[in-house]
Design a protein around this ligand. Structure first.
Ligand SMILES: CC(C)(COP(=O)(O)OP(=O)(O)OC[C@H]1O[C@@H](n2cnc3c(N)ncnc32)[C@H](O)[C@@H]1OP(=O)(O)O)[C@@H](O)C(=O)NCCC(=O)NCCS
Length: 143
């Protein structure tokens, strides 16, 4: 069974492990702790049979929401979990009267770019060499 649950400080270690394993520019435990303490931070995890399979987090900036990270563990991918996490964030944002979602994705991250495109995010602008030698694409979705 799969459920989507709000993340709390108790999840921070598990999230740090996923960050280190799967992210190009992982957040450290210290940064994650600070993020989760921020009252503007919203995050959800996807849990399958008691195991955390992935998570999403981001923060509200007035009437906008910035998605910081979406990660799904390798053996849980292509099951719609990232989609479900983003949909949950959209549902929460709508309830809080947020009008726009933002995110940054590395240009070479084809899986993530496909996912966001499928979910209706549109290219806004390029941040050159944002990740070392790689550009970041800033994507926006109005909700
Ligand atoms: C990107 C990521 C979060 C996708 O998670 P996921 O749970 O597998 O995504 P979903 O199952 O919801 O996929 C939805 C759609 O996105 C696209 N997609 C996802 N992974 C893809 C891949 N590897 N190649 C091509 N398209 C892909 C497909 O259109 C897919 O729909 P389909 O399975 O019906 O074809 C996951 O690959 C991941 O954790 N990657 C490493 C971390 C990362 O790069 N995060 C993004 C940082 S900005």
């Amino acid at each position: 069974m799969m459920t989507i649950e709000e993340i709390s400080m108790a999840d921070v270690k598990e999230i740090a492990v996923m960050e280190n394993k799967y992210m190009y520019a992982p957040y450290s435990l210290t940064v994650l702790n600070e993020m989760l303490k921020n009252p503007n931070c919203i995050g959800f995890k996807v849990v399958e049979d008691g195991v955390t399979a992935g998570y999403i987090s981001g923060q509200t900036v007035i009437d906008e929401f910035n998605i910081n990270n979406v990660v799904v563990k390798e053996n849980y991918r292509r099951k719609g979990y990232a989609t479900a996490l983003i949909e949950k964030v959209i549902e929460r944002c709508k309830a809080e009267n947020i009008k726009k979602l933002y995110l940054e994705v590395a240009q070479s991250n084809e899986a993530a770019r496909k996912l966001y495109e499928k979910m209706g995010f549109k290219f806004s602008y390029e941040r050159k060499k944002y990740y070392g030698n790689q550009s970041a694409l800033v994507l926006i979705k109005s909700i």
